[in-house]
Every structure is written in structure tokens, then in C-alpha cells.
Design a protein around this ligand. Structure first.
Ligand code: ZN
Length: 274
């Protein structure tokens, strides 16, 4: 009798303890405060036309990122709580990621951790020189392994076949980008949320290069009726299979000349592809 009475209570207690909260997606565990605030090297190349100018228009890029702190203007004097933090390096996942990259013929190098202010940084940055065999990334750049793998898989399964489907059956030789890792807020704004670029999750694709054919830059092409428009639509549509955010021409003015691709994790695996 006592047992029967206690059972529902026990179940309720257990449920109360174990039911997940219906809250926002937990962000990656913050790392312990860095001992010394080392400035992360910031890539010399400034992204061309990267989300500049319209802070409110790019809300989607980091929709579920933790709120950012107000900028201090002099970040070195305050130990700001990171707005977002670089995911911890998971060696098992990284080994798997590296193996997948090798299979695709990527040329890459793991580098020392990058740590910047306001949560910027990458625990395990990878310098990617060649995305897949015979397809270079220019300039070579740093990102998380997961980002590199998404880029490699998209290139292999979407971009290369799309190029081969063009009437000239052209061969893809490279993809050029405007930025990958860079410690900044969205749209290069002085305030607001940090960009997915700040944790190595994003790449801005500017142009596709081919053997014996002019490059096809990303540009507003809707309604052109050209084969370049068809190519751009195909690779952009296919990008949503590999990335969780795809923005580009038509999203807003700041994305008129590139595809912003990132691997942010959202609740329920939601993808934002425009
Ligand atoms: Zn971007």
C-alpha cells in the first residue's frame, strides 16, 4: 500500500527534476576565464561588404546567440563576461571531422587556440588551404573544423556538380571568401550581438573560380534569366543542406555581394535559409 502511494510521488519528483526547461537553446559551456587576455590575431584581410551598415537587418544570423554586453570602448581594462564562447575542443569529434576532411581531399592544418575579447575565439582553429581536392580556398583562412567540413561537403556535393551541369561543363578550381574568423559583432557594428564569424562558425563566399572560364561572383541576379543566375540559385539552395544559416543577395543590402554561410546550432535544428 505504501509503495503504491509513494510511486506517483516518486515519478512526479523525478519528472520535476529531469524535465528539460522550455528555455532557449543552451549556449556552449563558457570556458574558464582566460588567464591572460591574449589578443586573437585578426585576419588582415577585411571582409568586403560583409554585413556592414544595416545592424537591424541581419538579426537572423545569430538569432539564438547569447546577448552581447555593451562595448566598453576600452575592452582591455574590464574583464567582460564573454558574450558567446568558443565551443570546447572535443578531440573525438575533431578527429572524426579531420578524417572526413581528408577523405574529401581537403588540405588543412590545425593551429593554436585563438582567444579574443567578448567571447571571440576558436579552441581548435583549422587553417583551410584547399576545400576539397583540386578546389582551393582563397585566401586560406581559419575556422572551426565543423565549418570547414560543411564547406567541403557543400563544395563536393553541390558546387562541383552544379558547375559540371553548366552548358560548358566547367570545372571548379576555387572559392574565394570575404571573411571567415574575425572578432567582431554582426554587421561590424559597435554594439549588439557577436557575429558567428567571431567563433569560427561562418564563411562569406564571394566568388567561384573555374578552369578556362571567368569567375562567377555572388551578386544580385534574381530575374537575370542567365545561366549564372541558375548556378547561383543552385549552390545557394544546396547550401542549406550543409549549413544552418544561408544569407545572400536579397536578404539585405549588406549581403548583396556574398553568401553568408554558418553552422550555428538552433533549437530543434532550425535552419534559416534565405
Ligand atoms: Zn558573414
Amino acid at each position: 500500500m505504501h509503495r503504491l502511494y509513494a510511486l506517483p510521488v516518486l515519478v512526479a519528483v523525478l519528472l520535476g527534476v529531469t524535465l528539460p526547461e522550455d528555455g532557449p537553446v543552451p549556449m556552449p559551456k563558457p570556458e574558464p576565464a582566460p588567464q591572460a587576455t591574449q589578443s586573437a590575431p585578426v585576419p588582415a584581410s577585411k571582409p568586403a561588404g560583409d554585413e556592414v551598415g544595416t545592424p537591424s537587418s541581419d538579426v537572423s544570423e545569430t538569432r539564438n546567440a547569447a546577448p552581447a554586453k555593451q562595448p566598453t570602448g576600452d575592452a582591455e581594462k574590464t574583464a567582460e563576461k564573454p558574450a558567446i564562447t568558443a565551443p570546447d575542443a572535443d578531440e573525438v569529434a575533431l578527429a572524426h571531422c579531420e578524417a572526413e576532411l581528408r577523405k574529401l581531399g581537403a588540405v588543412f592544418e590545425r593551429e593554436e587556440p585563438l582567444r579574443g575579447e567578448n567571447g571571440c575565439g576558436i579552441e581548435a582553429p583549422y587553417r583551410l588551404d584547399q576545400i576539397i581536392r583540386n578546389v582551393a580556398l582563397s585566401p586560406s583562412s581559419q575556422m572551426r573544423c565543423e565549418t570547414a567540413l560543411a564547406l567541403a561537403q557543400w563544395t563536393d556535393t553541390v558546387v562541383v556538380p552544379a558547375a559540371e551541369a553548366l552548358p560548358e561543363k566547367i570545372t571548379l578550381t576555387g572559392i574565394s571568401h570575404g571573411s571567415t574568423y574575425i572578432c567582431r559583432r554582426r554587421n561590424n557594428s559597435a554594439t549588439g550581438k557577436m557575429s558567428q564569424h567571431a567563433i569560427g562558425n561562418a564563411v562569406d563566399v564571394m566568388s567561384f573560380e573555374f578552369k578556362g572560364h571567368d569567375p562567377i561572383p555572388v551578386s544580385p541576379r534574381a530575374g537575370d534569366g542567365t545561366v549564372e543566375e541558375a548556378f547561383q540559385r543552385a549552390v545557394r539552395g544546396g547550401a542549406c543542406l550543409h549549413f544552418t544559416t544561408v544569407l545572400g543577395p536579397g536578404t539585405n543590402a549588406s549581403h548583396a555581394d556574398h553568401l553568408h554561410l554558418d553552422v550555428i546550432k538552433r533549437r530543434g535544428g532550425y535552419r534559416l535559409c534565405e
